[in-house]
Design a protein. Structure first.
Length: 197
């Protein structure tokens, strides 16, 4: 059954040669070939402000230049995030994007005033895949660092707003990877896209 898929490229360098963009394009090609509807957001092409106050986060609307991105997140059934590992987690620009679009009224709702309890999730029914490139071996990041940066994204952002399940695909030693290895990885992404997985 066709799904609505949103791909978010979180590499802050807009250079077309960045491998994250090739991975995202392969996933999109596979998804479209299987009849899925695909949208793509490349955050390096967006010009948006940093969130600086609690008041802004809680009470102000999503900035105008991110309204379409926030709506795409609402409309999607499956969201794919593709980004490089920087200092053990996502680049700052992707974190800034999350802070702007995963706010009250879009991704979750605070309990009504005077009532206790937990925030109400607004993005249930959506799944996600987190695709990460890194300079170290992927198994080392999993075993030694316990994938702490990605675990934080899964638990503290995506699961918090109701997105589940969240699956991971890690590509390690990217800079030194041979053309044959990169081709294999691109093929893997194409297959994942075709399955909307």
């Amino acid at each position: 059954m066709p799904r609505r898929i949103l791909i978010i490229v979180g590499h802050p360098d807009p250079g077309p040669e960045r491998f994250c963009r090739a991975l995202a394009a392969s996933y999109a090609d596979g998804a479209r070939s299987a009849g899925h509807e695909v949208w793509l957001i490349d955050i390096a092409t967006l010009d948006f402000p940093l969130l600086q106050t609690t008041e802004e986060f809680k009470r102000r609307p999503v900035p105008v230049m991110l309204e379409e991105a926030a709506q795409a997140i609402r409309d999607a059934e499956h969201i794919v995030f593709v980004f490089p590992l920087w200092l053990g987690t996502m680049p700052a620009l992707l974190k800034a994007f999350f802070e702007q679009v995963m706010r009250p009224g879009v991704a979750f709702a605070y309990p009504e005033q005077g009532r206790g309890g937990f925030a109400r999730t607004l993005l249930e029914g959506r799944s996600a895949r987190v695709v990460v490139t890194m300079g170290m071996p992927a198994f080392f990041y999993r075993l030694w660092y316990l994938s702490h940066g990605i675990a934080g994204i899964r638990r503290n952002i995506l699961n918090f707003v109701g997105i589940s399940p969240v699956r991971e695909t890690l590509f390690g030693m990217v800079e030194g990877a041979s053309d044959a290895t990169r081709k294999k990885w691109l093929g893997k992404m194409q297959k994942l896209g075709a399955r909307a997985a």
